[in-house]
Design a protein around this ligand. Structure first.
Ligand code: URA
Length: 441
């Protein structure tokens, strides 16, 4: 086989076989196919399109380019969730211990933040001592013993994706839906879960800005995961406004603690419970939505969900004391109150601007090499629909030092869009894709 022939075949609109795709991906991963040939193949695929079977072959080769975990010796159905990422998206940190407290094991491998969206790992690592790098043996042991583990991607999982993603980033081929689906699922399917629940976000703070693109991504990922034998449900959720009040690292952990105590913001809880219900059904510990909701409510009100979080934090080396008494860290950080520059009704708080402000503050990273400030974050004290008067407090900015706070304020202020009328309150849950069709969530 020859890479040039395959590139020409794809460039001319032909279809490649499983063996041909595997030859390209394996060759690129082991270095025998150079960047420029893989880049040409990617652009040809982007412009001519990949068929369903080409996408499956691509995913399969990427998935098997590294370690594929087999968790079958651990009893029970293991269920994971993946979010395509959004501003203030802290759902995983509430959801994983909640679902584990209800009896379904959750093996979760998450990523770091890049650009306007934050990353679950950066948030977890803002807990003093919390370790997100563990061996596969420890990952299995923790999952078997306490039912939940949240770690970062190891270099052994889907190494082809790491190399291909960097090349896509440099060649304008990131936004192609089959590439996104193959990239996400090559990593997710490697972690050994038996079923998946996806949270595909759309709107200004999401990877997919348009609802139509987000629907296609949700359908594609669901079909793709199911073609590998992993039952999958996808939710489409609104990411125009930041989720909850807090965006950032430790401030989001504090909000997660509130959620686990039953005092979380309505929008965070709405999405968390919807995803949790689906995970409990997939894990077969509940046989109806009502029963699953009951299990969730009881795990929260009894304190079991919070205690499961504390247990996970302790096992992963984190400070349980910081989780039990988050205010004890307040003296280590600075806090600035931001005031409204005009009066009116808040129509919309553009999550992309809040995400950008969070990067300026140091809570997120502009490039992969940047480090993040664990204590940094923005806490919105108003929500869309609130009426504010000029000079009233609308947000708090927190950080380890005040080095970046002045620069953050104008970026954050641009997010606030005012109106004269109160906007209609909408649900975050737009739709659900299951068994090949969209249904009410
Ligand atoms: N996240 C991924 O892991 N891959 C993509 O291609 C896009 C988002």
């Amino acid at each position: 086989m020859n890479a040039i022939d395959l590139i020409i075949q794809k460039r001319n609109g032909g279809a490649l076989s499983r063996e041909e795709i595997s030859f390209l991906v394996k060759g690129y991963t082991d270095g025998s196919i150079p960047d420029y040939q893989m880049a040409a193949f990617m652009m040809a695929s982007f412009l001519q399109g990949l068929s369903e079977s080409e996408m499956v072959s691509l995913t399969e080769t990427m998935l098997h380019s590294g370690e594929v975990l087999d968790l079958s010796e651990i009893p029970g159905i293991k269920v994971d969730k993946h979010s395509t990422g959004g501003v203030g998206d802290k759902i995983s940190i509430v959801l994983a211990p909640l679902v584990a407290a209800c009896g379904v094991k959750v093996p979760m491998i998450s990523g770091r933040g890049l650009g306007h969206t934050g990353g679950t790992l950066d948030k977890l690592e803002s807990i003093p001592g919390f370790q997100t790098t563990v061996s596969t043996a420890v990952y299995r042991k923790q999952l078997a013993e306490i039912g939940v583990v949240m770690i970062g991607q190891t270099k052994d999982i889907a190494p082809a994706d790491k190399k291909m993603y960097a090349l896509r980033d440099a060649t304008g081929t990131v936004e192609y839906i089959p590439f996104i689906a193959a990239s996400i699922l090559s990593k997710k399917l490697a972690e050994g879960a038996d079923a998946l629940v996806l949270d595909v976000k759309c709107g200004s703070g999401a990877m997919m800005q348009s609802e139509q693109d987000a629907r296609v991504l949700a359908e594609t990922m669901t079909r793709l995961a199911e073609s590998f034998g992993t039952p999958t449900t996808a939710f489409l959720t609104d990411m125009n406004n930041p989720l909850g009040h807090a965006t950032g690292n430790w401030p989001e952990i504090v909000e997660c603690i509130d959620c686990l105590h039953g005092n979380g913001p309505d929008d965070v809880m709405e999405v968390t419970i919807a995803l949790a219900v689906e995970m409990l059904l997939a894990g077969k510990v509940a046989s109806s939505q009502e029963e699953a909701k009951e299990l969730c409510n009881s795990a929260i009100s009894s304190g079991r969900a919070f205690e499961k979080f504390v247990e996970m934090v302790e096992v992963q080396g984190g400070s349980a004391q910081a989780i039990r008494d988050p205010a004890s860290r307040n003296e280590n950080r600075v806090e600035v109150v931001v005031h409204a520059s005009q009066s009116g009704v808040i129509k919309w708080i553009d999550s992309r601007d809040i995400g950008r402000a969070s990067v300026v503050l140091g809570a997120g990273r502009a490039t992969k090499e940047d480090s993040v400030d664990p204590l940094a974050g923005i806490i919105l004290t108003v929500k869309p629909g609130d009426t504010v008067q000029i000079g009233e407090s609308i947000a708090l900015i927190q950080a380890s030092t005040n080095a970046h706070i002045e620069r953050t304020i104008p970026v954050m202020m641009a997010a606030f869009k005012f109106d004269e009328e109160t906007p209609k309150e909408g649900s975050r849950l737009l739709s659900k894709y299951q068994n090949g069709r969209w249904v009410n969530p």
